[in-house]
Design a protein around this ligand. Structure first.
Ligand code: NAD
Length: 360
């Protein structure tokens, strides 16, 4: 059956990095893989074209697709829009609409780039951790939220941190299942000493762990986890945590690997239908300059083959093509050390596509 992929380039560098991901799809289709892809708009681009960051046309296409590839959304041009029309609402909207509750963010250190990390080589060499962030709950979605005037007449803002038992249970199960395919260790991150939501989170994770006696479960408070990630990151295998803690910890973990431009992510529903995207944003500061690193997006294509299409073989080939190109010394500006030659977005995409192509 033909695999139907919806491509949402988004804003800023989104269209540039997505053009490189398409080169990878073209190589695979030329080999005979049954793939078809179409494009739709999300974020600022969708607001410009259709007046909404997640318009009905995109919603329909997203529901019909087998998997979605997203570039990034957002930019200063949209900062003054009402909150409901901001590009980020498009992103939150599609995640919620498709019930993409499990966000998988691998943090892998490429040995070739160990010197691009802000940490010492020995701390990160061989690093391979998976951060699992719950994506559709927590303080980003909890009600009530808003602005009001307090008793003294001062303006105040408020949000609600919230998790229900089934929400925690399903993300915990994804974590334990993922750990079974790795080093069989899960660290659940919370703030149980302070937050009621975290107290429930921990109780549920411990309960789910009883079904996975072969997996070791530990707990860390989020402040400690943030510290441990830079102190001794290789102690972790799978980290599972809520939406806001995961948002912050996964960005921190990205720096272990050298650049935010290297890390892919997957957001999955219960059937492994997924949306795949780099973890970085739309980088308006480098947009249109052929400077963006397309590797995170290309590795997102690899994750799509692994998790939604069950084609670990293709995912492995894409990962290997990226590694070969890095080994050959190809560097975009964000991962280049002093004195190294810098290539552009398009040249990096061409090099990876060429490395992936099988000799005919
Ligand atoms: P950002 O990730 O866009 O950029 C942070 C820094 O990293 C910038 O200096 C940028 O040039 C650099 N960078 C990012 N991606 C890169 C790449 N592929 N190659 C080389 N360098 C790269 O984060 P930001 O500046 O905080 O946000 C910019 C916009 O992106 C905002 O509108 C924000 O809301 C949005 N955003 C979107 C997403 C998303 O779509 N998932 C995520 C984060 C931020």
């Amino acid at each position: 059956m033909t695999k139907k992929i919806l491509i949402l380039p988004g804003d800023g560098i989104g269209p540039e990095i997505m053009a490189e991901a398409v080169k990878i799809l073209e190589v695979l289709r030329a080999e005979g893989e049954a793939l078809e892809w179409s494009f739709a708009k999300l974020g600022g681009a969708a607001y410009d074209a259709e007046g909404h960051p997640y318009p009905p046309s995109t919603q329909k296409a997203a529901r019909e697709a087998d998997a979605i590839l997203l570039g990034a959304v957002g930019g200063p041009k949209y900062d003054e829009l009402p909150r409901e029309l901001r590009p980020e609402r498009g992103l939150l909207g599609i995640r919620k609409d498709l019930n993409l509750f499990a966000n998988l963010r691998p943090a892998l250190a490429f040995d070739e780039l160990a010197d691009a990390s802000s940490l010492k080589r020995e701390v990160i060499e061989g690093l391979d951790i998976l951060i699992l962030r719950e994506l559709t709950g927590d303080i980003y979605f909890g009600q009530p939220r808003g602005r009001r005037s307090n008793a003294e007449g001062h303006a105040e803002g408020y949000d609600t941190m919230h998790y229900s038992e089934p929400e925690v249970e399903r993300i915990a199960r994804v974590a334990f299942e993922a750990a079974r395919k790795r080093s069989k260790r899960v660290c659940s991150v919370d703030k149980e000493n302070v937050l009621e939501t975290s107290r429930l989170w921990r109780e549920v994770v411990i309960k789910v762990a009883q079904d996975y006696p072969d997996v070791e479960l530990t707990h860390q408070y989020v402040d400690n986890a943030a510290m441990q990630l830079v102190r001794r990151p290789k102690q972790f295998d799978v980290i599972v945590t809520g939406n806001i803690f995961g948002d912050i910890l996964s960005d921190e973990a990205s720096m272990l690997c050298g650049s935010i431009g290297l890390l892919p992510s997957a957001s999955l529903d219960v059937n492994n239908k997924g949306m795949y995207e780099p973890i970085h944003g739309s980088a308006p500061d480098i947009m249109g300059q052929n400077k963006a690193n397309p590797i995170a997006t290309i590795l997102s294509v690899a994750m799509m083959f692994k998790y939604t299409f069950n084609r670990g073989d293709i995912a492995g080939r894409i990962d290997a093509a990226v590694k070969r190109v890095l080994k050959d010394g190809k560097r975009t500006g964000d991962i280049a050390s002093a004195g190294e030659t810098v290539i552009g977005t398009r040249e990096m995409g061409d090099a990876i596509a060429a490395s992936l192509r099988r000799p005919v």
